[in-house]
Design a protein around this ligand. Structure first.
Ligand SMILES: [Zn+2]
Length: 93
């Protein structure tokens, strides 16, 4: 399991802002999202994807689940420590 923190707009569903009103609202809210980039397979779920740079410098696309959103990076780190989660990558854009 790999945990990644990404500064990003909240995601409502896979349709995105062009196809969904809720997504349009969510896009305005930028948060730090704690992501699980190795979610359990679920054939029915349409998951969003992000591009990750792995150790070799290669870029790969992975599906992810959002564990939670946070207002600050410190809040994410605090949560990770509490839950025993090791954050492997922090992506700020
Ligand atoms: Zn939506």
């Amino acid at each position: 399991m790999q945990y990644v923190v990404k500064k990003m707009a909240k995601i409502h569903c896979a349709k995105g802002p062009k196809g969904c009103k809720k997504c349009q609202e969510y896009v305005k809210e930028i948060r730090y999202a704690l992501l699980d980039t190795n979610p359990q397979e679920n054939e029915l779920a349409a998951r969003p994807m992000i591009e990750l740079e792995i150790a070799s410098g290669e870029k790969i696309w992975v599906t992810f689940d959002i564990i939670a959103y946070f207002d600050t990076l410190d809040a994410v780190k605090e949560y990770a420590v509490k839950k025993g989660i090791e954050i492997e990558q922090i992506i700020e854009e």
